[in-house]
Design a protein. Sequence first.
Length: 194
Amino acid sequence: MTVNSSSDYYYLLNTLKDLLLTRSVRRGDFLLASGQRSSFYVDARLTTMSGDGLAVIGGLGLDRFAARGWTPRSVGGLTLGADPIAYALALTARGRGQLLDAFTVRKQVKNHGTGKRIEGCFASGYPVVVVEDVLTTGRSALDAVRAVEAEGGHVLGVMAVVDRQEGGREAIERAGYLVEAFLTAADLGLTLAR
């Protein structure tokens, strides 16, 4: 698939929806990282790490940035889910002549190498958007936000591929940050069975 521009936002959004439904959505009984049980699981990495997914996510994300008026210098979030999203955005921006780099936030500081928690293209003072693959409780995104702010970054907002609609958006908004999500669980025809 070749996506050269974001002129057809809804085409990209529908393509992402189809990719997620085909590659990432599983139904059954799952234990989530939050400790909750769910009748569905969205392994977004099966979409975000695919060539088609990367092409679509880059265009959609840059469209959302423009709609929000966000002009980040870098994008990233908690490894591993955020990494392909950040790379797709940075590469797509380059193709459009925009300056945007990517970073990753380690889950914990390593005691070797540089000992940094944030790796990649990030510096104090940068305006950033924190990205997330699947937003459930908001804890991972808020952990990345805190890490970025502790290093002097300015968080413009949080952007997720899928919002499971389980309180994550609300938790992030209560903390004072704007949230964008490409699709919700309802958009994917998923409902919580408790």
